[in-house]
Design a binder for this molecule. Sequence first.
Ligand code: GDP
Ligand code: MN
Length: 398
Amino acid sequence: MNIHEYQAKGLLREFGVPVPDGYPVLKAEDAEAVARQLRGPVWVVKSQIHAGGRGKGKFKEKAAGDKGGVRLASSVEEASAFVREMLGQTLVTAQTGPAGKQVNRVYIEDGSAIASEFYLSMLVDRDTSRVAFVVSTEGGMNIEEVAHDNPEKIRTFSVDPATGIMPLHGRTVAETLGLTGDLARQAEDLAAKLYRAFVEEDMAMLEINPLVVTKDGKLRCLDAKVSFDDNALFRHPDLFKLRDETEEDAKEIEASKYDLAYIALDGTIGCMVNGAGLAMATLDIIKLYGEEPANFLDVGGGASEEKVTAAFKIITADPQVKGILVNIFGGIMKCDVIARGVIAAVKTVGLEVPLVVRLEGTNVEEGKQIIRSSGLNVIPADDLDDAAQKIVAAVRGA
Ligand code: GDP
Ligand code: MN
Protein backbone atom coordinates (compact mmCIF):
# COMPACT_ATOMS: atom_id res chain seq x y z
CA MET A 1 0.00 0.00 0.00
CA ASN A 2 1.23 3.47 -0.90
CA ILE A 3 0.40 6.67 0.96
CA HIS A 4 0.65 10.37 0.20
CA GLU A 5 3.71 12.47 0.98
CA TYR A 6 1.91 14.43 3.71
CA GLN A 7 0.80 11.19 5.40
CA ALA A 8 4.32 9.79 5.21
CA LYS A 9 5.69 12.97 6.75
CA GLY A 10 3.05 12.83 9.49
CA LEU A 11 4.09 9.29 10.33
CA LEU A 12 7.82 10.11 10.28
CA ARG A 13 7.18 13.14 12.50
CA GLU A 14 5.79 10.76 15.15
CA PHE A 15 9.17 9.02 15.16
CA GLY A 16 10.96 12.32 15.67
CA VAL A 17 12.21 12.59 12.09
CA PRO A 18 12.81 16.24 11.09
CA VAL A 19 10.23 17.31 8.48
CA PRO A 20 8.88 20.80 7.79
CA ASP A 21 5.59 21.82 9.39
CA GLY A 22 2.66 21.55 7.01
CA TYR A 23 -1.02 20.77 6.57
CA PRO A 24 -3.08 19.11 3.83
CA VAL A 25 -5.87 20.97 2.04
CA LEU A 26 -8.83 19.12 0.51
CA LYS A 27 -11.04 22.11 -0.30
CA ALA A 28 -9.82 25.30 -1.99
CA GLU A 29 -11.72 27.52 0.47
CA ASP A 30 -9.58 26.17 3.34
CA ALA A 31 -6.28 27.06 1.68
CA GLU A 32 -5.87 30.55 3.09
CA ALA A 33 -6.60 29.57 6.71
CA VAL A 34 -4.17 26.66 6.42
CA ALA A 35 -1.40 28.82 4.94
CA ARG A 36 -1.86 31.35 7.77
CA GLN A 37 -1.07 28.64 10.32
CA LEU A 38 2.43 28.40 8.88
CA ARG A 39 5.24 30.85 9.46
CA GLY A 40 6.37 31.78 5.98
CA PRO A 41 8.01 33.77 4.47
CA VAL A 42 8.03 30.98 1.90
CA TRP A 43 5.28 28.39 1.51
CA VAL A 44 5.69 25.21 -0.52
CA VAL A 45 2.49 24.12 -2.27
CA LYS A 46 2.64 20.45 -3.25
CA SER A 47 0.22 18.34 -5.30
CA GLN A 48 -0.46 15.07 -3.52
CA ILE A 49 -0.59 12.12 -5.90
CA HIS A 50 0.87 8.64 -5.60
CA ALA A 51 3.63 9.38 -8.11
CA GLY A 52 6.92 11.20 -8.09
CA GLY A 53 8.41 13.74 -10.45
CA ARG A 54 5.75 16.30 -9.45
CA GLY A 55 8.14 19.23 -9.43
CA LYS A 56 8.91 18.77 -13.12
CA GLY A 57 5.36 17.63 -13.92
CA LYS A 58 2.89 19.51 -16.10
CA PHE A 59 -0.84 20.02 -15.69
CA LYS A 60 -3.10 19.13 -18.58
CA GLU A 61 -5.43 22.07 -17.97
CA LYS A 62 -4.31 25.58 -18.88
CA ALA A 63 -6.13 26.96 -15.82
CA ALA A 64 -3.60 25.16 -13.58
CA GLY A 65 -0.73 27.25 -14.93
CA ASP A 66 2.67 25.98 -16.03
CA LYS A 67 4.65 26.04 -12.78
CA GLY A 68 4.53 22.29 -12.12
CA GLY A 69 3.12 20.28 -9.24
CA VAL A 70 5.45 21.68 -6.53
CA ARG A 71 5.57 25.49 -6.20
CA LEU A 72 7.14 28.05 -3.92
CA ALA A 73 4.84 30.88 -2.83
CA SER A 74 5.93 34.10 -1.17
CA SER A 75 2.61 35.05 0.41
CA VAL A 76 -0.49 33.45 1.89
CA GLU A 77 -2.48 34.77 -1.08
CA GLU A 78 -0.11 33.27 -3.60
CA ALA A 79 -0.10 29.94 -1.75
CA SER A 80 -3.89 29.76 -1.77
CA ALA A 81 -3.99 30.78 -5.45
CA PHE A 82 -1.68 27.84 -6.22
CA VAL A 83 -3.96 25.49 -4.27
CA ARG A 84 -6.98 26.70 -6.27
CA GLU A 85 -5.08 26.18 -9.52
CA MET A 86 -4.02 22.63 -8.66
CA LEU A 87 -7.08 21.09 -6.99
CA GLY A 88 -9.14 18.90 -9.28
CA GLN A 89 -6.68 19.23 -12.18
CA THR A 90 -4.65 16.49 -13.86
CA LEU A 91 -0.92 16.35 -13.25
CA VAL A 92 1.26 14.44 -15.71
CA THR A 93 4.73 13.41 -14.51
CA ALA A 94 7.40 10.99 -15.70
CA GLN A 95 5.84 8.45 -13.32
CA THR A 96 2.08 8.87 -13.97
CA GLY A 97 2.04 7.87 -17.63
CA PRO A 98 0.42 10.10 -20.26
CA ALA A 99 -3.04 9.93 -18.62
CA GLY A 100 -1.74 11.74 -15.51
CA LYS A 101 -3.40 11.78 -12.10
CA GLN A 102 -6.09 14.00 -10.69
CA VAL A 103 -4.94 16.13 -7.77
CA ASN A 104 -7.53 15.81 -5.01
CA ARG A 105 -5.32 16.94 -2.13
CA VAL A 106 -2.68 19.61 -1.83
CA TYR A 107 -0.10 19.95 0.93
CA ILE A 108 1.14 23.32 2.14
CA GLU A 109 4.32 23.40 4.19
CA ASP A 110 6.94 25.79 5.46
CA GLY A 111 9.57 26.47 2.83
CA SER A 112 13.18 25.60 3.57
CA ALA A 113 16.26 27.50 2.43
CA ILE A 114 18.31 24.73 0.87
CA ALA A 115 22.11 24.61 1.14
CA SER A 116 22.52 21.09 -0.30
CA GLU A 117 20.31 18.24 -1.51
CA PHE A 118 20.92 14.52 -0.93
CA TYR A 119 19.21 11.20 -1.56
CA LEU A 120 18.38 8.57 1.04
CA SER A 121 16.14 5.53 0.73
CA MET A 122 15.52 2.30 2.57
CA LEU A 123 14.16 -0.96 1.29
CA VAL A 124 14.09 -4.65 2.02
CA ASP A 125 17.05 -6.09 0.14
CA ARG A 126 16.15 -9.55 -1.11
CA ASP A 127 19.78 -10.54 -1.68
CA THR A 128 20.76 -10.09 1.95
CA SER A 129 17.26 -10.46 3.50
CA ARG A 130 18.00 -7.28 5.41
CA VAL A 131 16.86 -3.69 5.51
CA ALA A 132 19.21 -1.69 3.33
CA PHE A 133 20.06 2.00 3.13
CA VAL A 134 20.76 3.60 -0.24
CA VAL A 135 22.53 6.94 0.11
CA SER A 136 23.80 9.42 -2.44
CA THR A 137 25.01 13.00 -2.66
CA GLU A 138 22.96 13.32 -5.86
CA GLY A 139 19.72 14.56 -4.31
CA GLY A 140 16.64 15.80 -6.12
CA MET A 141 17.62 13.76 -9.17
CA ASN A 142 16.11 10.64 -10.63
CA ILE A 143 18.05 7.95 -8.75
CA GLU A 144 17.72 5.43 -11.62
CA GLU A 145 19.63 7.87 -13.80
CA VAL A 146 22.33 8.32 -11.15
CA ALA A 147 22.61 4.53 -10.82
CA HIS A 148 23.09 4.30 -14.58
CA ASP A 149 25.43 7.24 -15.20
CA ASN A 150 27.33 7.55 -11.89
CA PRO A 151 26.97 4.30 -9.94
CA GLU A 152 30.00 5.23 -7.80
CA LYS A 153 27.93 8.07 -6.33
CA ILE A 154 25.51 5.64 -4.69
CA ARG A 155 26.37 3.80 -1.49
CA THR A 156 24.32 0.85 -0.29
CA PHE A 157 24.68 -0.99 2.99
CA SER A 158 22.39 -3.22 5.02
CA VAL A 159 21.64 -3.55 8.72
CA ASP A 160 21.97 -6.86 10.52
CA PRO A 161 18.60 -7.48 12.22
CA ALA A 162 20.41 -9.17 15.13
CA THR A 163 22.12 -5.91 16.09
CA GLY A 164 19.63 -3.44 14.65
CA ILE A 165 20.75 0.06 13.77
CA MET A 166 24.11 1.09 15.26
CA PRO A 167 26.14 4.32 15.37
CA LEU A 168 28.35 2.84 12.65
CA HIS A 169 25.44 2.96 10.21
CA GLY A 170 24.70 6.60 10.93
CA ARG A 171 28.40 7.42 10.52
CA THR A 172 28.37 5.69 7.14
CA VAL A 173 25.47 7.90 6.05
CA ALA A 174 27.29 11.02 7.27
CA GLU A 175 30.55 10.00 5.61
CA THR A 176 28.83 9.25 2.28
CA LEU A 177 27.17 12.66 2.34
CA GLY A 178 30.35 14.43 3.43
CA LEU A 179 28.79 15.63 6.68
CA THR A 180 30.93 16.42 9.73
CA GLY A 181 30.52 17.83 13.22
CA ASP A 182 26.98 18.59 14.29
CA LEU A 183 25.55 17.59 10.89
CA ALA A 184 27.18 14.16 11.22
CA ARG A 185 25.47 13.76 14.59
CA GLN A 186 22.15 14.77 13.01
CA ALA A 187 22.70 12.15 10.30
CA GLU A 188 23.31 9.44 12.92
CA ASP A 189 20.16 10.47 14.76
CA LEU A 190 18.17 10.53 11.52
CA ALA A 191 19.36 7.07 10.42
CA ALA A 192 18.32 5.59 13.77
CA LYS A 193 14.87 7.20 13.68
CA LEU A 194 14.21 6.24 10.06
CA TYR A 195 15.25 2.66 10.80
CA ARG A 196 12.89 2.46 13.75
CA ALA A 197 10.01 3.87 11.69
CA PHE A 198 10.76 1.49 8.83
CA VAL A 199 10.82 -1.64 10.98
CA GLU A 200 8.02 -0.77 13.41
CA GLU A 201 5.63 0.21 10.63
CA ASP A 202 6.58 -2.72 8.36
CA MET A 203 7.52 -0.51 5.46
CA ALA A 204 8.59 -2.02 2.16
CA MET A 205 10.16 1.18 0.87
CA LEU A 206 10.98 4.62 2.21
CA GLU A 207 12.47 7.27 -0.04
CA ILE A 208 13.62 10.74 1.02
CA ASN A 209 14.50 12.71 -2.12
CA PRO A 210 15.65 15.28 -1.40
CA LEU A 211 17.09 15.06 2.08
CA VAL A 212 18.50 18.55 2.57
CA VAL A 213 20.83 20.58 4.71
CA THR A 214 19.22 23.96 5.29
CA LYS A 215 21.15 27.22 5.26
CA ASP A 216 20.89 27.29 9.06
CA GLY A 217 22.55 23.88 9.32
CA LYS A 218 19.64 21.50 9.82
CA LEU A 219 19.19 18.13 8.19
CA ARG A 220 15.59 17.87 6.98
CA CYS A 221 13.41 15.54 4.88
CA LEU A 222 11.76 17.61 2.14
CA ASP A 223 10.06 14.76 0.34
CA ALA A 224 8.89 11.38 1.63
CA LYS A 225 7.57 8.39 -0.23
CA VAL A 226 6.47 5.37 1.78
CA SER A 227 4.98 2.03 0.85
CA PHE A 228 4.03 -0.69 3.29
CA ASP A 229 4.39 -4.44 3.10
CA ASP A 230 0.81 -5.53 2.33
CA ASN A 231 1.37 -8.88 4.02
CA ALA A 232 2.02 -7.11 7.33
CA LEU A 233 -0.82 -4.58 7.11
CA PHE A 234 -3.01 -6.67 9.40
CA ARG A 235 -0.65 -5.68 12.20
CA HIS A 236 -1.35 -1.98 11.60
CA PRO A 237 -5.10 -1.33 11.55
CA ASP A 238 -4.34 2.37 12.09
CA LEU A 239 -2.63 2.52 8.69
CA PHE A 240 -5.76 1.47 6.78
CA LYS A 241 -7.25 4.92 7.25
CA LEU A 242 -4.36 6.33 5.22
CA ARG A 243 -5.46 4.36 2.17
CA ASP A 244 -6.66 6.58 -0.69
CA GLU A 245 -8.68 4.40 -3.05
CA THR A 246 -8.95 7.20 -5.61
CA GLU A 247 -5.23 6.63 -6.24
CA GLU A 248 -5.72 2.96 -6.99
CA ASP A 249 -6.97 1.26 -10.13
CA ALA A 250 -10.75 0.71 -9.77
CA LYS A 251 -10.44 -2.69 -11.44
CA GLU A 252 -7.72 -3.73 -9.00
CA ILE A 253 -9.89 -2.71 -6.02
CA GLU A 254 -12.79 -4.75 -7.39
CA ALA A 255 -10.47 -7.73 -7.99
CA SER A 256 -9.13 -7.55 -4.44
CA LYS A 257 -12.69 -7.97 -3.09
CA TYR A 258 -12.73 -11.40 -4.74
CA ASP A 259 -9.18 -12.20 -3.71
CA LEU A 260 -8.06 -12.31 -7.35
CA ALA A 261 -4.43 -11.63 -8.20
CA TYR A 262 -5.07 -8.90 -10.79
CA ILE A 263 -2.85 -6.16 -12.17
CA ALA A 264 -4.06 -3.71 -14.82
CA LEU A 265 -1.73 -3.23 -17.81
CA ASP A 266 -1.82 -0.99 -20.88
CA GLY A 267 -2.56 -3.39 -23.74
CA THR A 268 -5.67 -4.65 -25.52
CA ILE A 269 -5.90 -8.37 -24.76
CA GLY A 270 -7.69 -9.30 -21.55
CA CYS A 271 -6.31 -12.46 -19.98
CA MET A 272 -7.88 -14.95 -17.61
CA VAL A 273 -5.36 -17.54 -16.52
CA ASN A 274 -4.81 -19.87 -13.57
CA GLY A 275 -1.43 -19.94 -11.91
CA ALA A 276 1.02 -17.05 -11.78
CA GLY A 277 3.60 -18.86 -13.91
CA LEU A 278 1.13 -19.66 -16.67
CA ALA A 279 -0.20 -16.09 -16.48
CA MET A 280 3.32 -14.71 -17.01
CA ALA A 281 3.90 -17.12 -19.90
CA THR A 282 0.60 -15.99 -21.44
CA LEU A 283 1.64 -12.33 -21.26
CA ASP A 284 4.97 -13.23 -22.86
CA ILE A 285 3.45 -15.13 -25.74
CA ILE A 286 0.94 -12.36 -26.49
CA LYS A 287 3.88 -9.98 -26.76
CA LEU A 288 5.77 -12.50 -28.89
CA TYR A 289 2.96 -12.38 -31.45
CA GLY A 290 3.02 -8.59 -31.42
CA GLU A 291 0.16 -7.50 -29.15
CA GLU A 292 0.05 -6.23 -25.57
CA PRO A 293 -1.86 -7.73 -22.63
CA ALA A 294 -4.51 -5.59 -20.87
CA ASN A 295 -3.94 -7.27 -17.54
CA PHE A 296 -2.29 -9.94 -15.47
CA LEU A 297 -4.88 -12.17 -13.85
CA ASP A 298 -4.34 -15.33 -11.87
CA VAL A 299 -7.72 -16.72 -10.79
CA GLY A 300 -5.91 -19.09 -8.47
CA GLY A 301 -5.91 -22.81 -7.94
CA GLY A 302 -9.32 -23.50 -6.47
CA ALA A 303 -11.38 -20.66 -7.89
CA SER A 304 -15.15 -20.92 -7.62
CA GLU A 305 -17.60 -20.20 -10.42
CA GLU A 306 -18.44 -16.93 -8.64
CA LYS A 307 -14.79 -15.87 -8.65
CA VAL A 308 -14.39 -16.71 -12.34
CA THR A 309 -17.54 -14.72 -13.11
CA ALA A 310 -16.21 -11.72 -11.17
CA ALA A 311 -12.89 -11.95 -13.00
CA PHE A 312 -14.57 -12.09 -16.38
CA LYS A 313 -16.72 -9.06 -15.52
CA ILE A 314 -13.65 -7.04 -14.53
CA ILE A 315 -11.98 -7.87 -17.85
CA THR A 316 -15.02 -7.08 -20.03
CA ALA A 317 -15.72 -3.81 -18.18
CA ASP A 318 -12.31 -2.51 -19.28
CA PRO A 319 -12.85 -0.35 -22.41
CA GLN A 320 -9.23 -1.03 -23.47
CA VAL A 321 -9.97 -4.71 -23.95
CA LYS A 322 -10.40 -5.61 -27.64
CA GLY A 323 -10.26 -9.36 -27.17
CA ILE A 324 -10.12 -11.94 -24.37
CA LEU A 325 -7.91 -14.95 -23.94
CA VAL A 326 -8.92 -17.57 -21.40
CA ASN A 327 -6.01 -19.92 -20.82
CA ILE A 328 -6.60 -22.60 -18.23
CA PHE A 329 -4.60 -25.63 -17.31
CA GLY A 330 -6.95 -27.57 -15.08
CA GLY A 331 -5.07 -29.16 -12.22
CA ILE A 332 -6.75 -28.34 -8.95
CA MET A 333 -8.88 -25.93 -10.95
CA LYS A 334 -11.36 -27.83 -13.11
CA CYS A 335 -12.07 -26.88 -16.72
CA ASP A 336 -15.85 -27.29 -16.32
CA VAL A 337 -15.89 -24.76 -13.46
CA ILE A 338 -14.07 -22.25 -15.65
CA ALA A 339 -16.43 -22.92 -18.54
CA ARG A 340 -19.51 -22.42 -16.36
CA GLY A 341 -18.04 -19.22 -14.89
CA VAL A 342 -17.31 -17.79 -18.33
CA ILE A 343 -20.81 -18.62 -19.58
CA ALA A 344 -22.47 -17.16 -16.47
CA ALA A 345 -20.45 -13.96 -16.85
CA VAL A 346 -21.19 -13.62 -20.57
CA LYS A 347 -24.91 -14.05 -19.83
CA THR A 348 -24.90 -11.14 -17.39
CA VAL A 349 -22.44 -8.74 -19.04
CA GLY A 350 -22.62 -9.77 -22.70
CA LEU A 351 -19.68 -10.35 -25.01
CA GLU A 352 -18.75 -7.68 -27.50
CA VAL A 353 -15.18 -8.71 -28.27
CA PRO A 354 -13.65 -11.93 -29.63
CA LEU A 355 -13.05 -14.63 -27.03
CA VAL A 356 -10.45 -17.38 -27.41
CA VAL A 357 -10.60 -20.23 -24.91
CA ARG A 358 -7.87 -22.75 -24.38
CA LEU A 359 -8.67 -25.45 -21.85
CA GLU A 360 -6.47 -28.36 -20.88
CA GLY A 361 -6.36 -30.76 -17.97
CA THR A 362 -8.97 -31.97 -15.48
CA ASN A 363 -12.52 -32.27 -16.91
CA VAL A 364 -11.37 -30.73 -20.20
CA GLU A 365 -13.95 -32.58 -22.33
CA GLU A 366 -16.78 -31.53 -20.03
CA GLY A 367 -15.55 -27.94 -20.15
CA LYS A 368 -15.33 -27.88 -23.93
CA GLN A 369 -18.77 -29.44 -24.21
CA ILE A 370 -20.26 -26.76 -21.94
CA ILE A 371 -18.81 -24.04 -24.14
CA ARG A 372 -19.84 -25.73 -27.41
CA SER A 373 -23.42 -26.18 -26.30
CA SER A 374 -23.70 -22.64 -24.91
CA GLY A 375 -24.19 -21.16 -28.38
CA LEU A 376 -21.55 -18.56 -27.58
CA ASN A 377 -19.26 -17.31 -30.29
CA VAL A 378 -16.07 -18.72 -28.79
CA ILE A 379 -12.91 -19.44 -30.75
CA PRO A 380 -11.49 -22.70 -29.39
CA ALA A 381 -7.73 -23.21 -29.22
CA ASP A 382 -5.65 -26.32 -28.68
CA ASP A 383 -2.51 -25.05 -27.02
CA LEU A 384 -0.92 -21.86 -25.75
CA ASP A 385 0.78 -21.04 -29.04
CA ASP A 386 -2.38 -21.59 -31.08
CA ALA A 387 -4.44 -19.57 -28.57
CA ALA A 388 -2.10 -16.59 -28.65
CA GLN A 389 -2.00 -16.50 -32.45
CA LYS A 390 -5.78 -16.73 -32.65
CA ILE A 391 -6.49 -13.92 -30.20
CA VAL A 392 -3.89 -11.65 -31.83
CA ALA A 393 -5.44 -12.32 -35.26
CA ALA A 394 -8.95 -11.73 -33.89
CA VAL A 395 -7.99 -8.42 -32.27
CA ARG A 396 -6.28 -7.23 -35.44
CA GLY A 397 -9.22 -8.28 -37.61
CA ALA A 398 -11.69 -6.43 -35.40
P1 GDP B 1 8.88 15.42 -6.56
O1 GDP B 1 9.23 16.28 -7.75
O2 GDP B 1 7.57 14.72 -6.75
O3 GDP B 1 9.98 14.50 -6.18
O4 GDP B 1 8.62 16.45 -5.34
P2 GDP B 1 9.64 17.05 -4.22
O5 GDP B 1 8.93 17.07 -2.94
O6 GDP B 1 10.93 16.32 -4.23
O7 GDP B 1 9.86 18.53 -4.74
C1 GDP B 1 10.50 18.82 -5.96
C2 GDP B 1 11.63 19.80 -5.76
O8 GDP B 1 11.13 21.00 -5.23
C3 GDP B 1 12.67 19.34 -4.76
O9 GDP B 1 13.63 18.48 -5.35
C4 GDP B 1 13.28 20.64 -4.32
O10 GDP B 1 14.33 21.02 -5.19
C5 GDP B 1 12.13 21.62 -4.47
N1 GDP B 1 11.61 21.96 -3.12
C6 GDP B 1 10.77 21.23 -2.35
N2 GDP B 1 10.57 21.81 -1.16
C7 GDP B 1 11.31 22.94 -1.15
C8 GDP B 1 11.56 23.97 -0.18
O11 GDP B 1 11.06 23.98 0.93
N3 GDP B 1 12.40 24.98 -0.56
C9 GDP B 1 13.00 25.01 -1.78
N4 GDP B 1 13.81 26.03 -2.07
N5 GDP B 1 12.80 24.07 -2.72
C10 GDP B 1 11.99 23.04 -2.40
MN1 MN C 1 11.17 14.18 -4.59
